[in-house]
Write a protein that binds this ligand. Structure first.
Ligand SMILES: *Cc1c(COP(=O)(O)O)cnc(C)c1O
Length: 388
């Protein structure tokens, strides 16, 4: 049996995969089992920050692999503390909990908010967390509950209680929920990725920050997708002019190895205590060594290139027949087209360009080091394909 047949027989049926078996890559180029070349604007769902086979990342990872691949959190190791120091220095956050995925980072954030409220009020009177309609926070039972889309709230009930949902446009809904006096936090994505690459407006975020201040709520920013240089700053909140209490990230953080982080600000830096949370693999030395190589290279020069590349894509696509609108921030771009996003993605794949979809949008999240030549080529194919 070939790979596709084995997959059908032995892999749990959760994915409807695109019809291609990838075997290797270099930067933003991917190669399938027949040696065919593709330009990658998906980066393994916004994960491969420096594309495939990035020399510096490989060196960092293999150097650590030869020394110690895992030892658990019963002991000290250097890569995770160095990465935590780097993240805190670059963000102003104070402490970090490491897990292995976005959902795990968000689970940690939710536990931190709940415990912060429990410590403060001595009971569960403020255990509710406001999340936004159309958000996405993960696939565990609790992060599904946190996700503000009804379609995720079926089949697996009962779900974790204590999430209430507010409009991502009208701050009045979040205010009304906060006024009930039973909430401890507001949890948001600044660009709703899976929900359709929809950016929250500055005015709306300003209002949420005010509501949080007035009602003593923590602000959790889920930067699982927007983080790690994706939007043109190291984290997207840096463009909105406020300091979150908790920032979660994953996807791009490990550059392709599983790694999630829940970063804790001043108010909650000591909320987690021995025994209150943990993870066997969290802060794995190999993943962390790779992440140090990624995060330390996301400097001003590279981030300004992210913005330049995004501007290039927007300027090229603007006014293309068949394109209704463009949304997003930095190299996290949503295209609302007349043709369906699924149809466009399938046609692009046939023509050697990999894109993602998010609901009705075509989603572009290329490796941040994609070359201008690769971008030019990919964009010209996209223009042809979205033209009805
Ligand atoms: C992908 C994603 C998650 C879930 O991350 P996993 O690593 O798949 O658990 C959570 N939040 C956001 C915003 C995401 O984009």
């Amino acid at each position: 049996m070939n790979t596709k047949e084995l997959d059908k027989k032995y892999i749990a049926g959760t994915y409807s995969r695109a019809d291609v078996v990838f075997v290797s890559g270099k930067g933003a180029k991917l190669y399938d089992e027949n040696g065919r070349e593709y330009i990658d604007l998906g980066a393994g769902i916004a994960v491969n920050v420096f594309g495939c086979a990035d020399e510096q990342w490989i060196n960092a990872v293999t150097k650590q692999l030869h020394k110690l691949q895992h030892i658990s959190n019963l002991y000290y190791t250097e890569p995770c503390v160095k990465l935590a120091e780097l993240l805190c220095e670059k963000t102003g956050m104070k402490k970090v909990f490491f897990g292995n995925s976005g959902a795990e980072a968000n689970e940690c954030a939710i536990k931190v908010c709940r415990k912060w409220a429990y410590d403060k009020y001595g009971d569960y009177s403020h255990s509710n967390i406001i999340t936004l309609k159309n958000s996405f926070h993960g696939r565990t039972i609790t992060t599904l509950a946190a996700t503000g889309q009804d379609s995720f709230h079926t089949m697996f009930g009962p779900f974790t209680e204590g999430f209430v949902y507010a409009s991502a446009q009208d701050p009045g809904e979040a205010r009304a929920l906060a006024e009930k006096g039973n909430c401890c936090a507001i949890m948001i994505e600044l660009v709703q990725g899976e929900g359709g690459v929809i950016k929250l407006s500055q005015e709306y975020v300003n209002e949420l920050v005010n509501i949080a201040k007035e009602h003593n709520l923590l602000i959790v920013v889920d930067e699982v997708q927007t983080g790690n240089g994706r939007t043109g700053t190291l984290y997207a909140y840096m463009q909105y002019g406020f300091m979150p209490d908790v920032v979660t990230t994953a996807k791009g953080l490990g550059g392709g190895l599983p790694l999630g982080a829940c970063m804790l600000g001043e108010k909650v830096k000591d909320t987690l205590t021995p025994g209150s949370h943990g993870s066997t693999f969290g802060g794995n030395p190999v993943s962390c060594a790779g992440a140090i190589s990624i995060i330390s290279r996301l400097d001003d020069k590279l981030l300004s290139q992210v913005t330049e590349k995004a501007d290039y894509i927007l300027s090229q696509l603007n006014g293309t027949p068949g394109l209704k609108s463009i949304s997003g921030l930095g190299l996290m771009i949503g295209l609302d087209c007349e043709k369906s996003s699924g149809e466009i993605a399938a046609e692009l794949l046939k023509r050697g360009v990999i894109v993602l979809t998010a609901h009705e949008k075509v989603r572009l999240v290329p490796p941040l080091n994609i070359t201008m030549e690769e971008l030019e080529k990919a964009v010209s194919v996209i223009k042809e394909v979205i033209n009805p």
